[in-house]
Design a protein around this ligand. Structure first.
Ligand SMILES: Cc1cc2nc3c(=O)[nH]c(=O)nc-3n(C[C@H](O)[C@H](O)[C@H](O)COP(=O)(O)O)c2cc1C
Length: 261
């Protein structure tokens, strides 16, 4: 029987990198794919009433419970969603904020294989979105096999950027074999990539592990300075649109990889 693969995405791009990555991995695994696109779902804010912690049903009427039902259906899960302003997209965070009520599923979902994939557009601007994605995966109880950031700005660039495509294949291989891979500079315990300082050590804010390293300023970062904002908007972002016009046909062709491999 085909593996039932659920992909949780939160982007409006119909054939963007998150959707194409999901389709590609499903094809590679001969899996039955269901994509839950959070941007199409109603996810209201948590009321912080704590009722669900005492076993009561959530009183909020929206689509959140149906997302948990879809997860229950799946044998394996992808969380594949882009970086927006260094973080996860709002809709993904909206789901995470409702995850007091998912605690009743924690045991049930434990052991479901999952891979976290985070497409981002700009080297150096990956931010901490993958950490937020990882928190969602962990609080849902998933057995996270890998946490992989994929450089791809334009839709279908996950297939045209060689290094990114290799990482996508790695994700498929790990999911297929049920193997876990900790990549460079990731927390060896939970695969998070963002750290805090505690007692001259690095603390992983996701799982709480403590790692050792020296922290001295080597280069001052200028992000969000006026100069950076002007350059990012008027050069990098406008430039992307021009690049898309140039590469449009090539990217449309590349997107077909998700359907025919
Ligand atoms: C509003 C917005 C904010 C973004 N912010 C970032 C960012 O902070 N860092 C980054 O590397 N890419 C950023 N990107 C680029 C996306 O992460 C990138 O294009 C990604 O491939 C989109 O995934 P998708 O095709 O699945 O929607 C942003 C894109 C948008 C539309």
């Amino acid at each position: 029987m085909a593996l039932k693969l659920l992909s949780i995405v939160a982007t409006e791009r119909k054939k963007g990198n998150s959707v194409l990555a999901s389709m590609y991995i499903a094809k590679r695994l001969n899996a039955e794919l269901e994509i839950v696109n959070l941007t199409k779902m109603e996810i209201k804010p948590c009321k912080a009433c704590y009722r669900c912690l005492y076993g009561e049903d959530c009183k909020i009427e929206d689509d959140v419970e149906s997302i948990f039902e879809k997860i229950d259906w799946a044998d394996a899960v992808l969380i594949v969603s882009p970086v927006y302003w260094l973080d996860a997209t709002g809709k993904l965070k909206a789901l995470l904020d409702r995850c007091f009520m998912s605690i009743r599923y924690f045991k049930q979902f434990s052991g479901k294989r999952a891979v976290v994939l985070t497409p981002y557009g700009f080297e150096g601007m990956k931010g901490w979105a993958s950490a937020t994605h990882l928190v969602l995966a962990r609080i849902l109880g998933f057995d996270v096999l890998a946490n992989i950031e994929l450089r791809a700005a334009l839709p279908a660039e996950i297939f045209t950027d060689k290094e990114t495509f290799e990482k996508l294949n790695l994700a498929a291989n790990l999911l297929e074999k049920g193997e876990r891979a900790v990549l460079d500079h990731q927390c060896p315990v939970c695969m998070n990539i963002i750290f805090r300082i505690r007692d001259n050590n690095l603390e992983c804010p996701v799982c709480g592990s403590l790692l050792n390293i020296n922290m001295e300023l080597v280069e001052r970062g200028e992000r969000f300075s006026q100069k950076w904002v002007v350059e990012h908007f008027s050069v990098e972002l406008i430039g992307l649109k021009e690049r898309y016009k140039e590469l449009k046909d090539e990217l449309k062709e590349a997107a077909k990889i998700a359907e025919h491999i």
